[in-house]
Design a protein around this ligand. Structure first.
Ligand SMILES: Nc1ncnc2c1ncn2[C@@H]1O[C@H](COP(=O)(O)OP(=O)(O)OP(=O)(O)O)[C@@H](O)[C@H]1O
Ligand SMILES: [Mg+2]
Length: 253
């Protein structure tokens, strides 16, 4: 069978041409990167877990009417998605201070915020994805005011969904990042959730112990990243068999 055409290879995923116009195949790699790819490693099984987890979250969003790019999972590492034109912003929603916000404001990690805060950074690796105010976004034409209002509304719906799902399995949703894309139905443009939702793009803390179950485990060398992601997948009941490390064959009788 002819190999699909590779359209883009990023740090965590590869995009291939999809079977029909307007579709793509998204392949989840095992590569982990942090600090704008200054720190790198291969985490066996990460791609499999993120493919499953992103499917789980996107499917849940579809069920509550939040439009997103997910069509169906194809196999352990690939899913069929709707092709979008990515809005060049990382849309970040924060419920508790952590990461760059904690640093910038001198807040202790985990400090509850008075309300969820949505912020934007401009997607440009060479610049280190700088935080940008809405005024820049509108002035430079990356999105209109109407788009931004829609994006904030979408992001807050994703936040409520994710926070609720996570709370149900004893996990606190500290913050997360999503990407938004444009699709056209005729002349009518809609904004939908794209890219991925996984522990690579969220901060997740165990409610009881405060244990980190997200990419900070890798950023801060806190132990096994695949154990952390496996824990999230297990709690959500989305762990496929034979996920991570090679296991001995088991006899089925
Ligand atoms: N539905 C979609 N249609 C088109 N492009 C998409 C879609 N979903 C995600 N993308 C893009 O696919 C790429 C996914 O690859 P990956 O996440 O590995 O990239 P990355 O290394 O983080 O780089 P980037 O800075 O471009 O995000 C990203 O550029 C993302 O914006
Ligand atoms: Mg990315």
């Amino acid at each position: 069978m002819a190999r699909r055409k590779k359209l883009y290879e990023g740090k965590a995923k590869i995009l291939y041409e999809g079977p029909e116009p307007g579709t793509l195949v998204q392949y989840f790699k095992d590569d982990a990167t942090a600090f704008n790819a200054q720190k790198k490693d291969v985490i066996e099984g990460k791609g499999v877990l993120n493919n499953r987890l992103s499917e789980f979250f996107m499917t849940g969003l579809t069920a509550i009417g939040v439009p997103n790019h997910f069509i169906k999972r194809l196999n352990m590492r690939e899913q069929l998605i709707r092709q979008v034109e990515i809005v060049p912003l990382e849309v970040i929603v924060r419920n508790f201070a952590a990461g760059s916000m904690a640093k910038r404001l001198g807040l202790e990690e985990g400090t509850a915020l008075p309300r969820p805060i949505v912020e934007f950074s401009y997607k440009d690796d060479a610049l280190g994805d700088p935080l940008v105010p809405e005024e820049y976004i509108i002035a430079f034409g990356w999105a209109s005011q109407q788009d931004l209002d829609d994006i904030v509304a979408l992001a807050l719906r994703v936040n409520d969904f994710m926070a609720g799902v996570m709370h149900g399995v004893g996990i606190k949703l500290i913050d997360f990042k999503i990407e938004i894309g444009r699709v056209w139905d005729g002349d009518f443009m809609r904004l939908i959730v794209a890219d991925e939702i996984s522990p690579d793009s969220c901060r997740l803390w165990d409610i009881e112990t405060g244990r980190k179950l997200d990419k900070d485990v890798f950023r801060q060398d806190l132990g096994s990243l695949s154990d952390a992601y496996t824990e999230v997948a297990k709690r959500l009941g989305v762990l496929p068999t034979n996920v991570t490390h090679a296991t001995k064959p088991t006899l089925i009788n």
